[in-house]
Design a protein around this ligand. Structure first.
Ligand SMILES: Nc1ncnc2c1ncn2[C@@H]1O[C@H](COP(=O)(O)OP(=O)(O)OP(=O)(O)O)[C@@H](O)[C@H]1O
Ligand SMILES: Cc1ncc(C[n+]2csc(CCOP(=O)(O)O)c2C)c(N)n1
Ligand SMILES: [Mg+2]
Length: 325
C-alpha cells in the first residue's frame, strides 16, 4: 500500500461526527470551531514500540492505547474531549494492520463525540503521537495546583493492574487462559480513560496516573504547595491483582509505583465524594487527606509510617530508574 492509499482509507473510516468540526482529514490542516465561552485543553503523548507497549502488541491494542492515554490527560484537566490528530510512524504500510489500528482507536473513543481530524504518516520505527484537544468553560480547568488542606485524595478504578499485566506479558502463552491474567493483560493493553469532565465541578485538583500513583500524586502536592497523608491499605486493588500478586508487598509496590493505570487521582471536599462517585462508572476510593504541611506521609493499616513509599524517586522516568534502561 502507498501513503496516500492509506490516508484515503483512513478518511473513509473517520467521517466527522461533530457539527463543530468544520474541515477534517484531507487538507493541510483541520479547522474546528470551539464553542463561545469555552477554552481549549491541548495535550500530546507519544507511544514508542518496546518502550510504551511490548513490540508484539496487537495493532488494535496499540490504536486503543494511543488514544486512551491522551483522552486520559484531557480527563485529568476536566475537559470534554473533542478532536484528535494521530501521527503514525511505521516500518511498513500493512493494510490489515492499519485497519486493526483504526478499529482500536475508534473503540477507545467509544460513543464519545470525538473526531480524529488529521495526522501524519511516515516510515520509521513504530511510534504513534496523538494530540488531543478538549473543551471546558473558561476558568474551570481542573489543574494540579488546586488541592487545599482538608480535601480528601481519591482515586478511580484500581491501581497496579497494568504493571502486573506487563510482568505477566512474557509468559502469557502459558497463562492466557487464566481469567485473572487475561484481565490484568487487558488493563495494560486497553486502559480505560475516565470521565473527568463529569467530576470537574466537584474536584479541586486532578492528575491521571501514568507514571505511578505516588509520583503522580507528588506532582499535585508540589503544584499545590501542600502535603498529604495516604493510607496504603486504602489503595484500591482488583480481585485479580489480589489473587495474582505473590505477596502483599508486591501488590502494594505495583499499586504505588507501577504506572500505566490511567486512573484519575482527584482531591475534593469529603462532602463531594458521593456525588463524584455517582457521576463515574468505575468506583472512586478515598485513600487519604491533603494537609498543609508539605510532603508525603504514607501510613500502613496500623498507622505506622512507611518511609520507602515516601521517596520521590518512585515513579516512571524515561531517563532514570526503571525507565533509564
Ligand atoms: N518536550 C516538551 N516540550 C514542551 N513541553 C513539554 C515537553 N515535555 C513535556 N512537556 C510538558 O511538561 C508537562 C508535564 O509533562 P508530562 O509528560 O510529565 O505530563 P503528562 O503528559 O501528564 O504525563 P504522561 O506523559 O506520563 O502522560 C506538561 O505540561 C507537558 O506539556
Ligand atoms: C514494553 C513496556 N515497557 C515498560 C512499560 C512501562 N511504562 C512505559 S512508559 C510508562 C509511563 C508513562 O509513559 P509517558 O510518561 O511517556 O507518558 C510506563 C509505566 C510499558 N508500558 N511497556
Ligand atoms: Mg497526565
Amino acid at each position: 500500500m502507498r501513503e496516500f492509499q492509506l490516508i484515503d482509507r483512513l478518511a473513509a473510516r473517520l467521517a466527522a461526527r461533530r457539527a463543530d468540526t468544520q474541515l477534517t482529514i484531507g487538507d493541510d490542516a483541520a479547522v474546528v470551531a470551539p464553542a463561545p465561552g469555552q477554552v481549549l485543553a491541548i495535550t500530546t503523548d507519544t507511544l514508542i514500540s518496546g518502550r510504551h507497549f511490548p513490540d508484539d502488541t496487537p495493532a488494535f491494542d496499540i490504536g486503543w492505547k494511543a488514544i486512551a492515554v491522551n483522552l486520559s490527560d484531557l480527563a485529568a484537566m476536566g475537559a470534554a474531549p473533542a478532536w484528535l490528530t494521530v501521527a503514525l510512524s511505521t516500518p511498513v504500510l500493512d493494510g490489515p494492520w492499519c485497519d486493526d489500528f483504526v478499529d482500536g482507536a475508534l473503540a477507545a473513543i467509544g460513543d464519545a463525540a470525538v473526531d480524529i481530524v488529521g495526522g501524519d504518516t511516515t516510515r520509521g520505527p513504530l511510534s504513534i503521537t496523538v494530540t488531543a484537544i478538549g473543551m471546558l468553560p473558561a476558568g474551570a480547568a481542573l489543574t494540579r495546583a488546586g488541592a487545599v488542606p482538608g480535601d480528601v485524595v481519591a482515586v478511580t478504578g484500581t491501581l497496579g493492574d497494568a504493571a502486573k499485566g506487563l510482568g505477566l506479558w512474557p509468559a502469557r502463552a502459558d497463562t492466557g487462559g487464566d481469567p485473572d491474567t487475561a484481565f490484568l493483560l487487558r488493563r495494560l493493553a486497553r486502559p480505560q480513560w475516565r470521565n473527568g469532565a463529569a467530576v470537574r465541578a466537584l474536584a479541586h485538583a486532578g492528575i491521571d496516573v501514568s507514571d505511578g500513583f505516588g509520583a503522580d500524586l507528588g506532582h499535585v502536592l508540589a503544584a499545590s504547595g501542600v502535603g498529604a497523608r495516604i493510607e496504603l491499605a486504602a489503595l484500591p486493588a482488583s480481585e485479580a491483582l489480589r489473587r495474582r500478586a505473590a505477596t502483599d508487598e508486591e501488590r502494594r509496590d505495583l499499586q504505588w509505583r507501577g504506572g500505566d493505570d490511567y486512573e484519575l487521582c482527584l482531591t475534593l471536599p469529603a462532602a463531594s465524594v458521593d456525588a463524584a462517585r455517582a457521576r463515574l462508572d468505575c468506583g472512586l476510593t478515598v485513600v487519604g487527606v491533603i494537609e498543609s504541611e508539605p510532603g508525603l506521609r504514607v501510613v500502613d493499616a496500623h498507622g505506622r509510617r512507611c518511609p520507602p513509599f515516601e521517596s520521590d524517586a518512585a515513579g516512571w522516568d524515561h531517563f532514570g530508574g526503571r525507565g533509564a534502561v
